[in-house]
Design a protein. Structure first.
Length: 590
């Protein structure tokens, strides 16, 4: 008799990183972006399919809002750096894409499609994914992001060389045709309006069209090899660093310098010589926006590299002018960009560090707050609040020039706070599609930070709200100061001695369960098993008592199989405080 022992995993990907600061040259680069209102969505099938040269150039040279929509998370690929495959590899490749976008300046989206491995055709791919479901996700991203231009990495036919590749282009084109129609996917209209992109082009000139050049009729050409003096590198160099983040796929690439051309073939929309032809990329595209442009031009003209804080009064005027334009995606984008510029010009640094890198709902968490204003601008910290910890404190603390404000508090994490397992892995999924019950999550690259602290600052009479995620930091003797997100976990993890058990006959077997506490103080509970019908185990429960976080104990059960041959699942569970938990944790750390 064969029995499979299975358990549910909480699998947070641990992204270690040092915090990034923005220098004065990059602030000026970001100032220039305020006056460009054009957007591009690049569409392909997998992580590492995106053309980072195009994304880096559009985001940093054309200053466009630029994003990559990957149909899958790359779960079906190989793994050069470790043993993780399938869902765990998808987690790694998700983090690699997020890291790449932080470098090239793009934004990241996904559909719910699961990378099930190589596919011979789009027909096969759609049958396994469920075409209508994935098409709905693509339309959702179009309507949410509202791109002016769609670029696809692959052609919509067998030349793409992989069923997922072909399917990604076909879905991009079909979504282009219907995303502007209220009759298409009307269920999405409750959350977002219809949206019609201006044109769709294929990023051609790869293996399926090697003879193409800038003189080919009907082709749009983009030079992605320009050099940016504010960034101190070419867009091709930025792109190489971005692409080299796909470490699990062995995609480290060398930098390139000098002019480099990319070619685009029109598939939908009006003919053009430039991808933004016919797109109004100025503030006149939004009602009330005509007052913003001259203010931004003045801010750029008067910007002082050695005194970025001198731009803050004008940035506050720009923010007020943007607040008055018609509501919509551009209002929100430019408000976010402006508020980030204000923080950067202040040299503002905010940090909330927890005493440990995970916490259970209802448990106390020690939080250490650091806020520093590295400018002579008068700033006051007036409020600290968090729904995650159910507190709201009024303050009146001046943030003097380059003087850290330190504050330590101990608060209880909300007892109903959800665990930090990735949103697309919370429920069992099919071979082709992840299950996401909360539709508002669809498209997002990952969960929002598990814990957020809201800080309210006053700059004169103007309020600035800063959302600061709670992190854990430590000092590595080799790498220096490092950070990782703080995760919400159950009060105990359960790991079993054998993930698979084979019963050759009805003889009983011993099963050991390792219990690890995640709570700061005492943990008391009853350990038990859930077995298939016809099976039994002894004893019915085993008491567990641990006195500290990280404490472990092993308990042993005897399992008696049934007389009927079958395959089933045995689950370990622990009852703590009237609630039952059945989680283990797997750490992915690179």
């Amino acid at each position: 008799m064969t029995r499979l022992f299975a358990f549910f995993l909480v699998v947070p990907v641990l992204a270690f990183s040092q915090q990034l600061q923005t220098d004065a040259a990059r602030i000026k680069h970001h100032l220039k972006r305020l006056n460009f209102l054009g957007s591009v969505l690049y569409v392909a099938a997998h992580p590492d399919d995106e053309n980072t040269r195009v994304i880096a150039s559009l985001a940093n040279d054309r200053l466009a809002a630029t994003a990559y929509l990957s149909m899958t998370r790359g779960d079906g690929g190989q793994n050069l750096i470790g043993p993780e495959i399938r869902d765990q590899l998808g987690l790694i490749r998700t983090q690699e894409l997020i890291a790449a976008r932080k470098i090239d300046g793009g934004q990241q989206f996904f559909t719910r499609a699961n990378d099930f491995g190589f596919s011979k055709s789009a027909t096969e791919t759609f049958a396994i994914w469920g075409k209508d479901d994935v098409l709905s996700d693509v339309v959702r991203v179009y309507r949410q992001y509202q791109p002016d231009v769609i670029l696809t990495r692959f052609p919509p036919d067998e030349r793409a060389g992989h069923g997922h590749h072909t399917a990604s282009a076909m879905l991009a084109i079909e979504a282009f045709d219907i995303s502007g129609k209220p009759s298409a996917h009307p269920d999405l209209l409750r959350a977002m309006p219809v949206w019609q992109p201006k044109r769709l082009l294929i990023n051609t000139g790869r293996w399926w069209n090697t003879t193409i050049n800038e003189n080919t009729p009907g082709i749009v050409t983009l030079n992605v090899g320009g050099y940016n003096t504010l960034l101190g590198e070419s867009y091709s160099e930025t792109a190489a660093t971005s692409r080299s983040q796909h470490k699990s796929q062995g995609f480290g690439v060398p930098s390139q310098r000098g002019d480099a051309l990319e070619f685009f073939e029109l598939t939908r929309g009006d003919a053009a010589k430039d991808i933004f032809d016919g797109v109004n990329t100025t503030w006149t595209r939004v009602k009330g926006g005509e007052t913003v442009k001259p203010l931004v031009e003045k801010a750029i003209r008067e910007y002082d590299l050695e005194r970025p804080y001198a731009s803050i009064p004008l940035l506050l005027q720009i923010r007020e002018a943007i607040r008055k334009v018609e509501p919509g995606v551009w209002r929100e984008r430019k408000l976010n960009e402006t508020e980030q510029l204000i923080k950067d010009c202040l040299g503002l640094y905010t940090e909330v560090a927890a005493g440990y890198y995970y916490a259970a709902p209802g448990q106390p968490v020690t939080l250490k707050l650091e806020v520093i204003n590295r400018s002579p601008v008068d700033v006051m910290l007036t409020r600290i609040a968090s729904a995650n910890f159910q507190f709201d404190s009024t303050m009146n603390s001046r943030l003097s020039f380059n003087v850290p404000l330190m504050h330590s508090i101990k608060k209880q994490l909300h007892p109903a706070k959800a665990f930090s397992d990735p949103y697309w892995l919370k429920e069992p999924h099919s071979t082709g599609l992840f299950t996401v019950n909360d539709a508002s999550q669809i498209g997002r690259p990952e969960n929002e930070p598990a814990m957020i602290i809201t800080l309210e600052l006053m700059i004169g009479k103007e309020k600035l709200v800063v959302q600061t995620p709670v992190t854990y930091k430590w000092t590595d003797p080799v790498k220096g100061e490092l950070y990782r997100p703080v995760e919400v976990v159950p009060p105990a993890f359960l790991n079993v001695s054998e993930p698979v058990m084979i019963f050759a006959d009805q003889s009983p077997r011993k099963l050991q369960v390792l219990v690890k506490s995640t709570v700061e103080g005492n943990l008391s509970g009853d350990l038990m098993l859930q077995v298939p019908d016809g099976w039994r185990y002894e004893p019915p429960t085993l008491p567990v008592s641990l006195s500290r976080r990280g404490g472990e104990v092993t308990r042993t059960f005897t399992i008696y199989p049934s007389s009927v041959e079958a395959t089933g699942t045995v689950k370990a569970m622990i009852s703590v405080g009237g609630k039952t938990y059945d989680y283990a944790v797997q750490t992915i750390d690179y």
